[in-house]
Design a protein around this ligand. Structure first.
Ligand code: FQP
Ligand code: MG
Length: 300
């Protein structure tokens, strides 16, 4: 009995995945119908709307077991995590990225993507160490932590997921490597969206919605209409808008069909990351409350 319990508690993510979802190992049925609604098993309620200093100081252990115990995150939970999504790397920050992320979480960020790229970015052990610190911060705040592009790093730090674009490793290959972790894929066209969904994407990052200076090789500006178009064409997967989004523009992004907004500079370049995040968050929540587009049921 006792032995049993101990081994369950110390079970690795990989072991869990193999036992519950053998199709992951066999390269089977991911995402054929869009999303894994039926895979949500008794997932523990994760609080992220009430981030405060005490939850950041303690409770590290409590929140870091999302996947070990509960498997794939449901589509409805992903919609909530997408409400305010901070994409961040050390080069985006004017001060210590750990401080920026801590304050952003206090302001209501629900999901953090570690995007450590570009001139001057960290590599090797320093990159790994920052990723580990940010992951711990996110989990102690009840937020999730996703790694951009670098699947190996995501696995090394036991991140909650990976975000990839059209130029990165193929989505189905990444899905096979990360098991039930969250897979985010950048898309603009309906074709790209459908293909990503077929390959097991849990959510799509749509953009740039507005002009951005955070990404040199950004694609053409799409405007919020791209979200409306994707919804009209039957894409019901969780969507997050990205690219040049500010508190002033957040509502129109959500009204157009996004479940939330992803930002870099609106938070990292703000004088006060906490206040900037809080302002964005209240705009998003208000827009979600007065919009039914983003709360459609699952794809059937
Ligand atoms: N959407 C999102 C988010 N995150 C991103 N990183 C991108 C889109 C862009 O691969 P990609 O992804 O096109 O470029 P890069 O790797 O340089 O970021 F999910 F946050 F909305
Ligand atoms: Mg990428």
């Amino acid at each position: 009995m006792n032995e049993n319990r101990t081994s369950r508690e110390t079970k690795t993510y990989e072991t869990f995945t193999r036992e519950i979802h053998p199709e992951v190992e066999q390269g089977g049925t991911w995402g054929l119908d869009g999303i894994g609604q039926s895979n949500n098993r008794n997932r523990k309620e994760v609080k992220f709307n009430s981030v405060n200093q005490s939850s950041l100081d303690g409770g590290l252990e409590e929140n870091r077991d999302h996947f070990e115990e509960h498997g794939r995150v449901s589509s409805e939970q992903i919609r909530e995590y997408l409400q305010l999504y901070l994409v961040v790397g050390s080069v985006n920050c004017k001060e210590d990225p750990v401080k920026v992320v801590r304050e952003a979480l206090e302001g209501g960020v629900t999901l953090v993507q570690f995007r450590e790229k570009g001139p001057g970015s960290l590599t090797g052990a320093a990159k790994l160490e920052l990723a580990e610190r940010l992951r711990a911060l996110c989990h102690s705040a009840g937020a999730l932590f996703i790694v951009n592009d670098d699947v190996e790093l995501a696995l090394a730090v036991d991140a909650d997921g990976v975000h990839i674009g059209q130029e990165d490793e193929a989505a189905d290959r990444v899905r096979a490597r990360i098991g039930e972790r969250i897979l985010g894929v950048s898309a603009i066209t309906t074709e790209e969206a459908r293909s990503a969904i077929r390959q097991g994407a849990d959510y799509l990052g749509i953009g740039p919605i507005y002009p951005t200076s955070s990404k040199e090789d950004a694609r053409a500006v799409q405007g919020p209409q791209v979200l409306k178009k994707l919804r009209t064409q039957g894409i019901t997967l969780p969507l997050v808008g990205i690219g040049g989004i500010t508190a002033e523009r957040a509502a129109e992004v959500v009204s157009a069909g996004a479940d939330g907004v992803a930002v870099i500079s609106a938070i990292t370049q703000a004088d006060n990351a906490r206040n900037a995040a809080a302002a964005l968050k209240s705009k998003v929540l208000r827009a979600l409350a007065s919009s039914s587009t983003a709360s459609q049921g699952p794809e059937v």
